[in-house]
Design a protein around this ligand. Sequence first.
Ligand code: NAG
Ligand code: NAG
Length: 245
Amino acid sequence: MMKSSLSVSCLTLAFFFLSGAQSARITFRNNCPNTIWPGTLTADQKPQLSTTGFELASKAFTSLDVQAPWKGRFWARTGCSTDASGRFSCATAECASGKIACNGNGAVPPASLVEINIVENGGQDFYDVSLVDGFNLPVSVSTEGGTGDCRTSSCSANVNAACPADLQVKDVDGSVIACKSACIAFHQPQYCCTDGFNTPATCPPTNYSMIFENQCPQAYSYAYDDVNSTFTCSAASNYVITFCP
Ligand SMILES: *[C@@H]1O[C@H](CO)[C@@H](O)[C@H](O)[C@H]1NC(C)=O
Ligand SMILES: *[C@@H]1O[C@H](CO)[C@@H](O)[C@H](O)[C@H]1NC(C)=O
C-alpha cells in the first residue's frame, strides 16, 4: 500500500516537473492610475485560458499559467461598467461578451495588443506589441528566465495625445480615449495591406502608420512593420505584461 502510493506521488511529482518545464507564467501589472479589465484570447481555435477577462485595480498584479505550445493575445479594457440590466461594457477595447470574461471574443478595435507565441521544448518564443488594431493604452511585455535576445518590447507613449482627428475615438466629455489604425478607420487596402497591397514590398508605411511608428518604434504600426517589432526569447519562464509601463 505504502509503496504504491509513494510511486504514484513520484509519478505525480515527475509529471509536475516535466509539465512545469513546458509552462510559462504570465503576470499582468496595472501601472495605470485607473482600474483596467485585461482580456485574453487563445489563437487557432484552441481551448481558452482559465480566465478570458478580469478586473485589475490600479497598482495591482495577477498571474496565470499557460502550457506550451500557446499562441494568443492580451489587451486591457478601460472605462468599464455594468448597466441596470447587468450587461458589462467598456469605453475602449470592449470584447462584446456582455460580461467581464471575454469567452473567446477578441478586442473590438482600437486596442493595443500584446501578442505572444510560446513554443514547446524551450524553443524560440516570439512576442510583440501591436498597434495594427489601433491604440487604447500604453503597454509593454518583458520576459524573465529565458536565453537569447529577450528584450522588453514597449509602447510607453500615449499615442492618444498624438492621434490625428480622423483617427480619434472620444469619450462623452470630448477627451481622446483611443486611436484607430488607418486600416480600421478607412478600410482601404493600402492601409490594411490587402488586395494589391498584400506584400511587404507593396505595402510601405503610410503617413498614418508613421504616427504610430514615431510614438512607439518597437510596436507594429501596421501589418508589415516587422523590422523592429518582433522580439524573441528562448525558454522564458515568465512573461510580464505591464499596462502604462
Ligand atoms: C495622409 O495622407 C492622406 C492622403 O494623401 C491625406 O488625405 C491625409 O490628410 C493625411 N493625413 C495625415 C494625418 O497626415
Ligand atoms: C529600427 O531601429 C533602429 C534603432 O533604433 C533604427 O535606427 C532603424 O531606423 C529602425 N528601423 C526601422 C525600419 O524602423
